[in-house]
Design a protein around this ligand. Structure first.
Ligand code: FAD
Ligand code: SIN
Length: 541
């Protein structure tokens, strides 16, 4: 058994930021599924939204966030996160983050930071590092982490399940002590290289495991994004909310050889225009902000055009801008498209929507606190109330940064909790090596396809119910498989995507209205009874 003061699951912006804050005060373990940089953070393109210019204001950023969130944001949380953004950005820069600058000079003679624009933002306010913002964030944070002797990183380690007092008491006495508050004591973790499950114990466990794009067949997310944090928290008894609000990014590159490559919204922010394959600018009739309308609206409009015309994709055209500007501003997008035979300075980019961001998640306050003592959730895994029914572009890196800092401050302000409970080692029982890995691969594909077909951008109750009954069967099969065979990383992820898929469907079926990202043809309007209501699910309810 390994014992730490702080156990952090995940090494994206949320996990690393938290680790740096608490490291001076205790021993920190960062457990991460693959290489340390592999995360959604690493692929972020557009940037971080924060108020840094004289033309902008907190009030405008708050207003844009609330508008995108379609009435479901928690305004106090929005104000906190927007208000604390600039201070956290300054700290990130002090740590070594290099944002892009423009030609203008600030009063002190230094270059001004360049500000991008994205959908739903009324002002230019996106700080970015060209079109590879996430890569630069990971570089800067990992460099800072490597200077901290108190932090140990465990790569290629997959957290399986949280260890909670309720589970231990139930295992010991056969029943739960309902009067005792459930608390988290650490996690069981699968070491992929050693092929062994270990116990990581800590009085503070932080879920920073990111999102769940891989639940869908087409996604902008890398392979790590299998919703493990939400699934683990759900199994541990935490409240999960608003999982129906899956954000589909409107513009993922459509090319048979391009896996999950995003074409940043910043391309539209710099003048890129969405067109049908025969050149019609179809967003003009949809929203006053045209191609820069909020994401839910753009994704639905593209979906509708594709269904109307039978086309496989639409076009995003930025060829009217000077080639030099395009190549300098979007070097990664330019080079990647060129490798696939598309010169974006001369021809339009074929794009389709793809699952991108999980607006719901583990219910937390703005300090990352969950309803399990000792368990915190920060970043994309959490549902703080910032995003409501639809996230405003580039607000997620901001949320992760601010909430990681707030969680650390809150935790450091009190003594670490103590527990006398004895944690047993992981039991494999009579499990044997799996003999039919095809079952795992088949179920992976089936879940992702059925979620794409039945629980996508436009939903109906009939399709949701069909998905629910298929998922119930699959869950049963996966559970049997899980208990009978020794764990593998693929099996663990399969179990998690099945759980998260089921939670998305359950939440979507709970909400009798179309709001933000949940568009249901059986309930095409807003329902005032649900104006302020989250769809909350808990194990057993
Ligand atoms: P992540 O960065 O996803 O990190 C999760 C970590 O948890 C990873 O290290 C992963 O390996 C680890 N992990 C997961 N499960 C386990 C497990 N079971 N055991 C151990 N480790 C585990 N947002 C913006 O604000 N601006 C943008 O410009 C932007 N662009 C984006 C572009 C793309 C292509 C994508 C996919 C997302 C983008 N987003 C953007 C969203 C944003 O990147 C994410 O919401 C944010 O990075 C999430 O950070 P995080 O730290 O919460 O999680
Ligand atoms: C993008 O660059 O389009 C992604 C921005 C985001 O998801 O916030």
């Amino acid at each position: 058994m390994k014992q730490f003061d702080y156990l952090i699951l995940g090494s994206g912006i949320a996990g690393l930021t938290f680790a740096l804050q608490v490291a001076p005060r205790g021993r920190v373990a960062i457990v991460t599924k693959k290489d340390r940089a592999e995360s959604n953070t690493n692929y972020a393109q557009g940037g971080i939204a924060a108020v840094t210019s004289k033309e902008d204001s907190f009030e405008l950023h708050v207003r844009d966030t609330l508008e995108a969130g379609a009435g479901l944001c928690k305004e106090s949380v929005v104000r906190t996160i927007v208000g604390e953004g600039p201070a956290r950005i300054a700290e990130l820069i002090a740590l070594g983050m290099r944002f892009s600058e423009n030609e203008q000079r600030a009063e002190d003679g230094s270059r001004e930071l360049d500000l991008g624009r994205e959908g739903g933002h009324s002002k230019r306010r996106i700080l970015h590092a060209k079109d590879v913002t996430g890569r630069e964030i990971e570089r800067a944070l990992l460099a800072a982490v490597s200077r901290q002797p108190n932090i140990e990183i465990f790569e290629n380690h997959v957290a399986i399940d949280l260890i909670t007092s309720q589970k231990l008491e139930k295992a010991e006495s056969g029943k739960r002590k309902a009067d005792l508050k459930n608390c988290c004591l650490g996690a069981y973790v699968f070491d992929k290289k050693a092929n062994r499950v270990g116990t990581f114990a800590a009085p503070v466990t932080v879920l920073a495991t990111g999102g769940c794009g891989k639940v869908y067949l087409y996604t902008t997310n890398p392979d790590i994004a299998t919703g493990d944090g939400v699934a683990m928290a759900f199994r541990a008894g935490a409240s999960i909310a608003n999982m129906e609000f899956v954000q589909f990014h409107p513009t993922c590159l459509y090319h048979p050889k391009a896996k999950s490559f995003l074409i940043s919204e910043a391309v539209r922010g710099e003048g890129g225009v969405l067109k049908t394959l025969d050149g019609k600018e179809f967003m003009d009739a949809v929203h006053p902000m045209k191609s820069l309308a909020p994401r839910d609206i753009v994704a639905r409009a593209i979906d509708s055009e594709m269904k109307k015309t039978g086309a496989d994709c639409v076009h995003l055209d930025i060829t009217h801008k000077p080639a030099k500007f395009i190549i300098e501003r979007f070097p990664n997008i330019y080079q990647t498209c060129l490798r696939h035979g598309i010169d974006i300075t001369r021809e339009a980019i074929p794009v389709v929507p793809a699952a991108h961001y999980q607006c719901g998640g583990v219910v937390t306050n703005a300090d990352g606190g969950t309803d399990i003592a000792g368990l915190f959730a920060i970043g994309e895994v959490a549902c703080t109330g910032l995003h409501g029914a639809n996230r405003l572009a580039s607000n997620s890196l901001l949320e992760a940064l601010v909430c990681a800092h707030r969680a650390a401050e809150k935790i450091l302000s009190a003594p670490l909790p103590k527990s006398d409970l004895k944690i047993p080692v992981w039991q494999s029982g009579n499990a044997t090596n799996a003999d039919e890995l095809v079952v795992v691969a088949h179920n992976w594909d089936e879940i992702r396809r059925l979620m794409w077909d039945y629980v996508g951008i436009v939903r109906t109750n009939k399709r949701l119910q069909r998905a629910q009954s298929r998922l119930a069967n699959l869950q049963q099969e996966i559970q049997e498989y899980y208990w009978n065979f020794i764990v593998t990383a693929d099996l663990l992820e399969l179990r998690n995507i099945a759980t998260v898929a089921e939670l998305i469907v359950r939440c979507a079926l709970m909400r009798p209205e179309s709001r933000g990202l949940n568009y249901n043809l059986d309930f095409p309007d807003l329902n005032p009874d649900w104006a302020q209501r989250d769809s909350v699910v808990r194990r057993g309810n």
